[in-house]
Design a protein around this ligand. Structure first.
Ligand SMILES: [Zn+2]
Ligand SMILES: [Zn+2]
Length: 275
């Protein structure tokens, strides 16, 4: 799995050199997570009742109740901070402070993970400022550190979810919103969860954020001369979603990488007034 991901990263670095720095940093993080196996994780997933709940639009878990092994995630975050604080990054002093905190106060990273899960931006920001780090940097690292645990959960639960029956704009596994979408080879649209990497089909002409289906207020734009990518937007709720058209690519990268290597589209969408 890791090997395949690394291959995609290397290929993307060749194809989109402007993203070299970001992708190389991400490759370091992927390498640091290579041998991480989350310790015992209880998925508390019972078929029947969950099926009934899903029919009513309840995801299997809510973000706050995800059975995540915080101990594993804390160890991973400490590894990241250790690695990055020894680099030449401008924010290495903040990274050192964060490393110190995570080593001496085991509750500190857990507070951060919980703030991420309950989408408590204020606490995330406060925790970042406590160690003189850009909260966005800390948030990114902590979200990646949750990955081994979320991946194990995804592997255990996702195959048991009937995604064809799920027609909501949020994730059937964890209830989060999508961060990117794609069209598969036959042209069907799938949304990708911003937290647990789950993917589920969704109508092409419908806003996942406000369920708007009015063709007049839904649209998309593309970056100049860039085939295979577009930004779908909704003029009703002013949200946008990047979309990768896999019909254009021979070997499409996993959505987590596409999301990282298309930041120019986020900037464009923001400039157009979408959030
Ligand atoms: Zn999810
Ligand atoms: Zn909308």
């Amino acid at each position: 799995m890791t090997e395949r991901l690394l291959e995609h990263i290397d290929r993307l670095i060749q194809q989109r050199p402007v993203y070299k720095e970001i992708l190389e940093s991400y490759r370091d993080l992927v390498n640091l997570m290579e041998d991480v196996e989350p310790k015992h994780q209880d998925t508390k997933f019972e078929g029947g009742l969950e099926d009934m709940k899903r029919k009513e639009g309840f995801p299997v878990f809510s973000r706050e109740d995800l059975p995540i092994n915080f101990e594993t995630s804390s160890e991973v975050l400490t590894k990241f901070l250790d690695h990055l604080s020894n680099s030449q990054r401008e924010d290495k002093d903040g990274l050192k402070k964060a490393l110190q905190k995570s080593k001496t106060e085991p509750e500190w990273p857990i507070k951060l993970f919980k703030a991420i899960l309950r989408q408590d931006k204020k606490t995330q920001s406060r925790i970042g400022k406590e160690v003189d780090l850009d909260p966005k940097v800390l948030l990114f690292l902590a979200k990646v550190a949750l990955r081994p645990s979320l991946s194990a959960l995804y592997d255990a639960v996702s195959p048991r979810i009937d995604k064809k029956e799920w027609d909501y704009g949020y994730c059937p596994l964890c209830g989060s919103q999508p961060d990117i979408a794609y069209f598969d080879k036959p042209g069907k649209r799938y949304l990708h969860c911003e937290l647990c990497k789950e993917e589920w089909p969704y109508p092409r002409l419908k806003c996942p954020f406000c369920q708007n289906e009015d063709h007049e207020t839904l649209g998309y734009f593309q970056a100049d001369k860039e085939e295979g990518f577009r930004v779908d937007f909704c003029k009703k709720c002013l949200r946008y979603l990047k979309t990768v058209d896999q019909r254009v690519f021979e070997d499409a990268a996993p959505m987590e990488l596409e999301n990282l290597a298309t930041i120019h589209l986020d900037i464009l969408a923001n400039e157009h007034g979408f959030k």
